[in-house]
Design a binder for this molecule. Sequence first.
Ligand code: PMV
Length: 330
Amino acid sequence: MTARRARAVAHPNIALVKYWGNANSELRIPSNGSISLTLDGLETDTLVVFRADLANDEVLVDEQRTSASTEARVGRVLDHVRGMAGIEAFARVESRNSFPSGAGLASSASAFAALAAAATAAAGLALEPEELSRVARLGSGSACRSIWGGYVEWLAGSDHAGSYSLQIAPAEHWDLRDVVAVMSRQAKAVGSSEGHDRARSSPLQPPRVADAPRRLAICRRAILARDFEALAAVVEQDSDLMHEVMATSSPPLNYSLPSTTALRQAVPAWRAEGLPVAYTQDAGPNLHLLCLPEAVGVVIERVRTFDGVVDTLHARPGGPPRQIEIPNRG
Ligand code: PMV
């Protein structure tokens, strides 16, 4: 029997309105909708081969065996794909990240978007992006948004069919840049799956979730109008709200280093001086500085010399996952 194989590349994304907390952790149905920007330059490249001779799924990330929990998440996506395609064979998955390994950047979004794209193609399925986003979501919530390029909204929904992503605008719509201030290369102590579970213990999570439609509407409008000031205000507020939920969860979560807090405090002052830059922070100590192209040079210079910053990365708006041709072995 010929092996069914496919290879796909996908990009990570940075959330402008964050996903934090699940209404259904099994299906990763989020408590609130979210909006993100897909990032170019950084990518995960994943090969999936369904083989009749395998006794179980095999998963390699950067040529290493992964943790049992990552294997289980990959298995969840593969089981779903097998069910959709009506196949039983196990798969070998080989995944590689192009971004500096251990840069402390979330790789689960690009990883599960690439896995969903490669696994469905290998299984002979040709899915619309909406359907592909549901498959990616089963592995990692934020991966649901990496199925599209540019500016993307994940509609929370309340069941598997209703929770998927849509494109608000393509990458070419607005040349927003993300300068990442890398503060630490260490893996985080508490992963986001655990963090999502803890969110429900914070008294600030219900008001954060209840207010999400307002923030989403402002963010959507700011993107469509390319209104940087409006975007900056909502992005910083949304990031702060998520970190306040983390700080008031039981037990509390704090992803910031002293340098993260210092830079977070400096950025609004830079904006008040006229520099078009805004911060946002995910579940880690690195700070993402969103800025307009004309500010990139100054932002990189200031960030590089900022105490505690160990590296900087610069990303442009990126595209959707793409298939990579696999040469025929003959
Ligand atoms: O997709 P996950 O489970 O890694 O969660 C991502 C959570 C944040 O990055 C903090 C926010 C987001 O919306 O991406």
